[in-house]
Design a protein around this ligand. Structure first.
Ligand code: AMP
Length: 294
C-alpha cells in the first residue's frame, strides 16, 4: 500500500497504472474510517485492478460554525484499517496543497445542490463537487465509489461527472448500519450513550414510513408524520424531514401523494451532532427489517 501525500506523485502513479490498461477505482473519504468505508473499499476492490482511497478533511465543505477543526483525524489508525483490505494507494494530501493561495475555482451543480441539506449548509455541495473534481483529475479513475448514506452527495457527483464529461462510473453502495439500525458515520463518535439512544429514532421513523407505505399509505403527509412521530420527540432540533423525488431531489408538498419511489430524508441534531439518514421507499429495505411502526 503506497501512502502518498504529494499531488504530483499520486497523479504520476495513477496515470502510469491507467496507461497499463488497468481499471482504477477511487474511494473518496474524510478518514476516521469505519466498517462502511471498508465496505466501499471492498466493492472497489471487486470491480477494479487498482484501488485508491483518498483521505482528506475538505475545509471548503464545512460551514464556519461547523465541526471542521474537531472532525476526528487519525491517519495511522486509518492506514491500519485499510491494510487488510488490499488497498493499492492511499492519497492523503494537505489542505495547503489542495487549496494553494489564489485557488479560485468552484464547481457548482445547480439544482441538486440546493435541496435538502443544501438549504441548511450553504456552499456545502459546492465544496464537495470541487474537491471531488480535483481528486478525479489527480487520480484519473475509471470508477468512483460513494455511499447512499449521503444520497444527495451521490446525486450531485453523478450529475457533475455527466455534465463535465468525466468518463467515470459512479457506483452507489447501500447504507451500512449498525445492528441497532443507526447508519454508520464518523460523527457517531461524538454521541454519548444517551444521545445514541435518541439517534435511533431516525431508523425507527424511516422504518415506520416503510411499513405505512406497505400498508398502502401514499399520502405524503401521513408518511412524513410516521417519521416525525419518532424524531421530533428525540431530537434537540430537526433541520428537515422531507419526502422528495429520488431523481430530482425536489420535495413533495405534504398534500401530495407518493408514486412508487419516494426518498425520505432526515437531518437532525442530537447533542451537538448533526445526523443525516435517508431511505428510498420502493428501492431500499426498511432500516430495521423487523421493527413495526407503533
Ligand atoms: P465520509 O468519510 O463521511 O466523507 O464518507 C466517505 C464515503 O463513505 C462517502 O461516499 C459516504 O457516503 C460513505 N459512507 C459513510 N458512511 C456510510 C454508511 N453508513 N453507509 C454507506 N456509505 C457510507
Amino acid at each position: 500500500m503506497v501512502v502518498c501525500t504529494d499531488i504530483t506523485e499520486a497523479r504520476d502513479l495513477c496515470h502510469a497504472v491507467r496507461a497499463d490498461g488497468k481499471r482504477v477505482a477511487v474511494v473518496p473519504t474524510m478518514g476516521a474510517l469505519h466498517d462502511a468505508h471498508l465496505m466501499l473499499v471492498d466493492r472497489a476492490r471487486r470491480q477494479s485492478d487498482f484501488v485508491v482511497v483518498t483521505i482528506f478533511v475538505n475545509p471548503t465543505q464545512f460551514g464556519p460554525a461547523e465541526d471542521y477543526s474537531r472532525y476526528p483525524r487519525n491517519l495511522e489508525q486509518d492506514l491500519a484499517k485499510l491494510r487488510p483490505h488490499h488497498v493499492d494507494m492511499v492519497f492523503a494530501p494537505s489542505a495547503a496543497d489542495m487549496y494553494p493561495v489564489g485557488h479560485a475555482t468552484t464547481v457548482r451543480v445547480a439544482g441538486l445542490s440546493d435541496h435538502l441539506c443544501g438549504l441548511y449548509r450553504p456552499g456545502h455541495f459546492d465544496g464537495v463537487a470541487t474537491v471531488v473534481a480535483k481528486l478525479f483529475n489527480i487520480i484519473n479513475p475509471t470508477m468512483a465509489v460513494f455511499g447512499r448514506k449521503d444520497f444527495q452527495q451521490l446525486k450531485v457527483i453523478r450529475r457533475m461527472a455527466r455534465d463535465l464529461d468525466m468518463p467515470i462510473d459512479i457506483l452507489g453502495v447501500p447504507t451500512i448500519r449498525d445492528p441497532d439500525g443507526l447508519a454508520k458515520s464518523s460523527r457517531n463518535a461524538y454521541l454519548s450513550a444517551a444521545d445514541r439512544g435518541r439517534a435511533l429514532s431516525i431508523p425507527r421513523g424511516l422504518t415506520a414510513a416503510h411499513y405505512a407505505f406497505m400498508r398502502g399509505e401514499r399520502r405524503v403527509d401521513e408518511l412524513l408524520g410516521a417519521v416525525e412521530a419518532f424524531v421530533q420527540v428525540a431530537a434537540d432540533s430537526v433541520d428537515y424531514v422531507t419526502a422528495a423525488n429520488p431523481d430530482t431531489l425536489e420535495s413533495l408538498p405534504r398534500h401530495a401523494s407518493s408514486g412508487e419511489h419516494l426518498l425520505i430524508a432526515v437531518a437532525m441534531r442530537v447533542g451537538g451532532t448533526r445526523l443525516i439518514d435517508n431511505t428510498v421507499i420502493g428501492e431500499d429495505s426498511p432500516p430495521l427489517a423487523r421493527e413495526r411502526s407503533r
